[in-house]
Structure formats: C-alpha cells, structure tokens
Design a protein around this ligand. Structure first.
Ligand code: PMP
Length: 384
C-alpha cells in the first residue's frame, strides 16, 4: 500500500464496453440496461444503506414456510402483483431464489418423481428459451433430462415449461401437454405490462418471476416463485437450502426497496408520471418496436412476428405487445446462418438453432441501451 486513504465508496464494475457507431454491438443476452435511465431519474427512492452489523444471520423468517424469505421482500412482491393484477397471490406460498434460474432448477427437482427409474422428460414447444435445455442437462441428473420440443413429444409423463410471453418469439402461450400425469412450470419473466397486455391474474401451480425483466435489476440476481402446493414448495426450499443455503438477504432488501418504489410510483399521488416504471418502459419499448419495424421494412430482407393487440386490465386500454426480443427472420435464400451473417456486420445475436429451430432466424435483445439499439437499427436499415 502507498499509505494513502482509500476512497469512501466501493465503485461498481462498469459492465459491458460502450458502443460506438462502428463498434461491435452485442445483443445476444437480454441484458436489461434500458432501465438505467428510469432509475437514474428517480433520485434516492430506491437507494438502500446496509450497516455493517445487519443481515448477518443465515435466517430471515423462522415462523413462515420459507425460512430464508425476507418478510419485507415478500410483502412488496405480493403488493406488486395486486397492483399489476398479473398473478393471484392469495393461497400461494412465496419463495425467493438467486434469479428465477435457481427457482427453475428447484422446480425441476421438486416435480421429478420420487421413485428411482429413468429421468423425467422436460419439454417446451420450439422455439423455446435456449437456457432450458442447457440448464436441464448440464449436471446429467438422474432425476430429469431435456426431452425437446413439446409439440412432438410422444411420451406419457413430462414436465412442460410454459414461457409466456415466450422467449424468444414473444408468443402468448398455454400448456400444450394434456396428459394428467404431466406437470407445468409457468415462466412469467415477461408477463408485465411493458411487454404485453395483462389479460388475467394467472393462477397456475408454479409461476416464476424475476426482477431482471420486471424492473431491470438483473445484477441483483433475484427471482420469486408463487407455488400452490405446500409439499412442492417445501421440496423447492430444500433444493435451495442444499444449493446455496438460502438467498442473499442484501439482494432481497434491495429488491424490496426497488419494488416498493415501483408500487409507490403508482399508489402515492405525491409521485409524478416520471416515477411510473411500467409506463416508462412500455413507452420506450413501443418506440423501439416502431423504429425496428420501419427499419425492417426499409431493408426488405427480413420479417418479424405480427403485432399482437389485446386489452390490458392494468392500463385499462387496448395495446399491442412489445416483446423483449426481436425474432428476426431472413427472407432470401442466399444465407442459411443468419447469426453468422449478422456477426459479419458486427451485430451479435443468438441463432435459431439454440432455440430448437432453423438458422435463418435470430433473437435480438430489445432491452439494451439506447446507444446499442440505435447502432443495431441503423446497421439493419443499410442491409439489402
Ligand atoms: N426465464 C426467461 C424466459 C428468461 O428470459 C430469463 C432471463 N433471460 C430467465 C428466466 C432468468 O432470469 P434470472 O435473471 O432471474 O435468472
């Protein structure tokens, strides 16, 4: 050490490198940096300070079903669902996870049959979220294994992953597997009013949510599950106990404060329009989708999924959906690998084969920074 005083503040990492008009633009991940603008403008309403002596114990709530859920976090999450009306919360157990990714694995563990035998198949209709096969198979579990496209699955029993709105193509989905012995996990990462009309308070057996795509705080690594059945909830809790001995309290306190700020923005009249998260994000997404559709039209070599209109009970008006990803398809015959073709243009996307379909389609994040989105759209217009 040089003996000099340390700075007072521990600086946060800078994240991805800045985008310039001729640099590589990486829209492979759905990194929700679009939301930074909103949270910069809200002042201190979502800031927390944690003294050195706080959040030291492993335990949060020994009186509840889930001992590692912070009561303040649970309270704000239930409040948020009542405000938005996207999911039933009464009669549900609320579990917290290190991202909804951990809860997805906990749910697979909880739904796998107890008796020994061959692993249960895990399926989802193609195009399916690319993490589903990799997360399901990476430990080579004896309990479950990836079974592929749910539309062509011909076995008896399986676990179906229902992602709605769907990553990557934005489709609104219901479970397709009808067999009574099968189970569904509903992944509602994007069932929020900035992305899609809220059409019902969902009430499925297991519903997964995440702050990553709701408020944009992916780095907080916090998700939650609404679980109807107590035994299933207890098995999921056991998974998280063995996997990470609970979930960061610091993250839960931060997420609670953030979600509180979102709810206050709508429920306290002293807050102005600038504090309405879903309005900010919906407006932003709609503007981006308009620009993208114009660029695709100008270019003439791509197609996008059709617009999906619907009545939104949250905003009480008819809106069109603004999916978090563009599912961009190449129309002509001279390119089979669209991901590779766009990489030559210094646009990084994720190709269709990762989602169980062909390579003439790619997934492009719509929730990155303005700079990255601008560069992407401008490059797209110039492709003929
Ligand atoms: N489900 C879907 C459909 C997603 O797109 C994502 C994030 N890309 C996740 C789950 C995982 O979210 P988390 O950051 O909470 O682990």
């Amino acid at each position: 050490s040089d003996g000099g005083a340390e700075a007072d503040v521990v600086e946060a990492g800078k994240g991805k490198p800045p985008v310039t008009p001729d640099s590589v633009v990486n829209l492979d991940h759905g990194d929700p940096t679009m939301y930074e603008e909103f949270w910069r403008a809200t002042g201190d309403c979502a800031t927390i300070v944690i003294p050195g002596w706080q959040t030291m114990s492993y335990f949060s709530d020994l009186s509840g079903v889930c001992w590692f859920v912070e009561p303040g976090f649970e309270h704000q999450v239930r409040r948020l669902h009542r405000l938005v009306g996207n999911a039933m919360v009464d009669g549900y157990h609320l579990l917290v996870g290190t991202g909804s990714t951990q809860l997805f694995q906990a749910a697979l563990y909880a739904l796998s049959p107890a008796e020994d035998g061959s692993p249960i198949n895990v399926v989802s209709p193609a195009p399916y979220y690319s993490s589903y096969p990799s997360v399901t198979n990476f430990l080579n579990s004896a309990l479950y294994r990836w079974g592929g496209d749910a539309n062509t699955f011909d076995g008896d029993t399986c676990i179906e992953l229902v992602c709605s709105p769907n990553n990557p193509d934005g489709g609104i989905r219901k479970a397709v597997i009808k067999s009574k012995s099968s189970k569904a996990i509903h992944d509602f990462a994007y069932y929020w009013p900035q992305y899609t009309p809220i059409t019902e308070a969902a009430s499925h057996d297991i519903m997964l949510f995440t702050v990553s795509k709701c408020t944009g705080h992916a780095g907080t690594r916090l998700g939650w599950a609404l679980v109807k059945d107590k035994e299933v909830a207890q098995k999921m809790i056991k998974f998280i106990e063995l996997n990470t001995i609970g979930v960061s309290k610091d993250s839960q306190l931060r997420a609670a404060k953030i979600i509180k700020a979102v709810c206050d923005g709508y429920e306290l009249s002293s807050y102005g329009d600038a504090s309405r998260l879903f309005h900010f994000a919906r407006h932003k997404m709609a503007a981006r989708w308009n620009r993208l559709r114009l660029a695709v039209e100008a270019s003439g070599i791509f197609t996008l999924p059709d617009e999906l209109p619907g009545h939104c009970s949250f905003s009480n008006d008819t809106i069109i959906s603004n999916p978090p990803f563009a599912w961009l398809r190449y129309k002509k015959d001279d390119v089979e690998d669209l991901e590779g073709f766009l990489r030559e243009q210094k646009i990084i996307t994720r190709g269709g084969t990762r989602f169980g379909v062909d390579g003439k389609v790619v997934r492009v994040s719509m929730v990155d920074t303005d700079e990255a989105f601008d560069v992407f759209v401008n490059r797209l217009v110039s492709l003929k």
